[in-house]
Design a protein around this ligand. Sequence first.
Ligand code: NAD
Length: 494
Amino acid sequence: MEYTALPKVQSFLNKEQLPLFIDGKQQPSQSDKKIAVHNPATEDILAYIPNASKADTDLAVNAAHKALNDGQWPKLLANQREKIMLKYADIIEKNEPELAQLLVLEHGKLYVDAQKEVSAAVNCFRYYAGWSTKIEGSTLDVSLGGASHFAYTKREPIGVIGAIAPWNVPIMMYAWKTAPALACGCTIVFKPSEETPLTALFMAELSLEAGVPEGVINIITGDGQNAGNNIVTHPLVSKITFTGSTEVGKIIGQGAAKTLKEFTLELGGKNPVLVLDDADITKVPKGAAKGIFYNQGQVCVSGSRIYLPKNKYDNFVADLGSIANGMKTGNGLDSTSQMGPLVSQKHMQNVMRYIDSGKQSGAEVVAGGSKLFDKGYYVAPTVFSNPENKNIDILTEEIFGPVIVAVAYDGIDDLIQKANDTSYGLAASVWTNNVSNMHKTLEKLNAGMIYVNSPVRSDPNLPLGGFNQSGIGNELGSESIKAYTRLKSVVIAY
Ligand code: NAD
């Protein structure tokens, strides 16, 4: 599809190697290794980014460390940080057309969803700007003898944040990790995914216009084994905030533990959609389709297995199948597309492997089940029927693509047992109109985030986090403030 790149976007699309963003300036990498960034809709190469070396990471971490201790950042009052963050939000908002276009190009998502993502990032910066002036400790009664004592706690910036992000919502990830860091007075070295690094570089440059001092935000690009690992193991990084797969999360946790860094891990999920017998069955298929096909199913909280009462199973699965069959898949820049391509060839192949495995294990394909088009990483929205709850890969493993598996259940206890039968515990959605059944279900579900009569959503004030293999710690809301500060207890004898 033909499109005209906006002038500021064009500067990110040259085929030369893009610079890193370190200490408030574009910094050529010291590495001679580069990685191609593809447009998943066309397979064209958009740009090359450096696979940053240890020397690059050292430069970035040292800049962040200097900005934290000796630069302008610690000298600013909380309300000055707030003002800068609000200005940053305004500038991001002003650049929405460029950011949305660049996001569609590097990721493949629909333009309308890219616009929503920019606006979510703006909201996130505004939300955390407000937090800058509201960080507090407490005064404490202590029972210490010998004198009178005054005791208090104070939250102070935890230090240099090392942030490592996945590719599914690149602009939101940048906001979720950078905004609370700024609010808390921390500095940050952010590594976007090597699949979608362009929007983070773009956003970091905008921070200068807002007056964020140099060294406060630094961007390192590259793969996980090198660039990511160098951040995780760097002695001057105080905290790792990681979002990505469970497999890599375990490696990151071990790496961070070696230098006793704090870490937050936001990991994968295999999220159940529970349709109770009393649910408004007319609303659920649309909601469930949105919950799995939004962003091509590449959302950690996508509802990828749906449990339906036996007596309504066939009708419901047919309805969901016809929604999937009716969806138009195409380039995210085409306003008639309803679903875009997957992010990369490697990911598309992985999703297709799962689809083939589903077919081989006897699940019935109700919709989709194939790759689409000669060019681009397109997979059709896919619905599998597996009424007998056969224990197959597509039901138990995270696919992270537009694939949903339907299973039948018999009674609420059976439903809860099946929904909880997973090593993950990230999110769940429950569809019901019965308050008593709703509470019974909510109480027993092993999931960090539960949505009732709604597909999953996010809000900056709503903490996000998973149970079991879905992660450690929480992000967003006041949880990020706790995670990016350290608590100092002080006792004064008088
Ligand atoms: P991934 O784990 O492959 O990569 C995530 C990031 O980690 C990338 O930047 C990558 O370069 C880096 N990385 C890889 N190996 C590393 C290593 N050894 N050391 C340091 N860094 C390393 O995940 P992905 O494929 O980019 O994203 C998809 C995954 O992210 C899915 O599992 C999804 O569920 C998860 N996710 C979770 C949430 C959440 O909030 N829980 C949100 C979005 C995505």
